[in-house]
Design a protein around this ligand. Structure first.
Ligand SMILES: Nc1ncnc2c1ncn2[C@@H]1O[C@H](COP(=O)(O)OP(=O)(O)O)[C@@H](O)[C@H]1O
Ligand SMILES: CC(=O)OP(=O)(O)O
Ligand SMILES: [Mg+2]
Length: 404
């Protein structure tokens, strides 16, 4: 019987899972799925083989769906997984955990004490952390003997120099861990592991992870030296529903003049801003790109303008630029966003190959990595599909091998 690793990526209203067969040197995905709409009146589960055929599907509506929280969803998923192992034996579960604080700069085995420590970072990632931890707690309660590993979005950025991590605040505040951490590290680490194949070993690269959450990472020789995200995953670029960088004076104004409290501000900054807030229409890039509304265009223009400005800032941190890499939902799929960002970065030497950028996705190479800059471009531009789940599976296997 061959072994399998379960990877869980839990968000605020969804839990995604992937099953990897661990039988050869390659970790091979054989099943993936998700439950979306947790704690709404319409929760939906679907699981598929990598080829796309549906292996399981279920919907919960009304009060049944409303009571369907992360714990109940994890129990359902583990039940489903255990009856769809296709002859494999589960040896470990790897989790994406957004914040590891200053303590967790590498993947770690999860037990009750570690989960309690990670729970102290909930205020540092209010959209993510509590939901990331819920499935691990649920599995610890139901299957205490199962090896679980936490993989942290912050860990990849631990290599940043102290200056890149610092806020200009008094020592009694920074000593409490109030500093810049950076996020999307599993995605960046995956991309970094493929830079050699693109001829970018040792290069100065800016990776644009543009999904619901969005950030940029400056990498020198595959190591993070700066990022647009900071203490929390709300800093930097505008995102689906998050505002990104904001003059802190705005917060004081909103508290004093609009009598907003901490929870009102949290809701505003994390859930009512970004593409959704500016457009008043949607947080979804596909909807905005096809909308005739001027406010939809304004939201997309602000998104790409801010990316352009932050690219300038990270190029300065790197002291030069060899390549720009696009990844995640928007980065991989929106030719319009890539074109606008490359236009803003033209002064740095990015020259887009319009035809390569607009080429249909099914014409891309099997691994999806596609060069979209002109042969004469001084700075190369690439699309590289990310795979956070594969990265989590790799880390989980490494810790498992060390633990047994
Ligand atoms: N074909 C597409 N064109 C433009 N945007 C797309 C396309 N497909 C997905 N997206 C956008 O990608 C974003 C979601 O990215 P994703 O990386 O899946 O997010 P997350 O994993 O953080 O939830 C959404 O804004 C969505 O509209
Ligand atoms: C850290 C973060 O912003 O994650 P996501 O993009 O999944 O929301
Ligand atoms: Mg994401």
């Amino acid at each position: 019987m061959s072994n399998a690793i379960i990877v869980i990526n839990a968000g605020s209203s969804s839990i995604k899972f992937s099953l990897f067969a661990d039988e050869t040197r390659q970790l091979e995905l054989f099943l993936k799925g998700q439950i979306e709409g947790l704690r709404t009146d319409n929760a939906h589960f679907i699981a598929r083989h990598p080829a796309g055929d549906v292996v399981g599907e279920r919907r919960w509506t009304g009060t049944e769906a409303g009571a369907f929280d992360h714990d109940a969803a994890t129990r359902f998923l583990m039940g489903f997984i255990n009856t769809h192992l296709e002859g494999h034996k589960v040896e470990a579960v790897g989790h994406r955990i957004v914040h590891g604080g200053g303590d967790f700069t590498a993947p770690a085995a999860l037990d009750a004490a570690v989960l309690d420590r990670l729970a102290t970072f909930v205020p540092l990632a209010p959209l993510h952390q509590r939901h990331n931890l819920a499935p691990a707690r649920s599995i610890l309660a139901s299957t205490p003997g199962l090896f679980q590993v936490g993989c942290f979005d912050t860990a990849f950025h631990a290599t940043q120099p102290p200056l890149a991590q610092a806020f200009a605040l008094p020592a009694e505040i920074t000593d409490r861990g109030v500093r810049r951490y950076g996020f999307h590290g599993l995605s960046y680490e995956y991309i970094a592991s493929h830079l050699g194949e693109l001829g970018l070993d040792g290069a100065k690269v800016i990776v644009a992870h543009l999904g619901n959450g969005a950030s940029l990472c400056a990498m020198d020789g595959g190591r993070s030296v700066a990022s647009t995200m900071g203490f929390t995953a709300v800093e930097g670029l505008p995102m689906g529903t998050r505002c990104g960088t904001l003059d802190p004076g705005v917060l004081l104004y909103l508290m004093d003049e609009m009598h907003m409290g901490p929870r009102d501000l949290e809701k505003l900054l994390y859930q009512r801003s970004g593409l959704l807030g500016v457009s008043g229409i949607s947080s979804d890039m596909r909807t905005l790109e096809t909308s005739p509304e001027p406010r939809a265009k304004l939201a997309v223009d602000l998104f790409t303008y801010r990316i352009g400005r932050e690219i300038g800032s990270l190029a300065a941190a790197l002291g030069g630029l060899d390549a720009l890499v696009f990844t995640a939902g928007i980065g991989e799929h929106s030719a319009g966003v890539r074109e606008a960002v490359c236009h803003h970065a033209a002064w740095l030497g990015v020259e887009l190959d319009g035809a390569a950028n607009a080429r249909p996705e099914d014409a891309r190479p099997e691994d999806g990595a596609t060069r979209i800059s002109a042969p004469s471009s001084r700075v190369a531009a690439w699309i590289v599909p990310t795979d956070e789940e594969q990265m989590i599976a790799r880390h989980t296997r490494r810790l498992l091998t060390g633990a047994t």
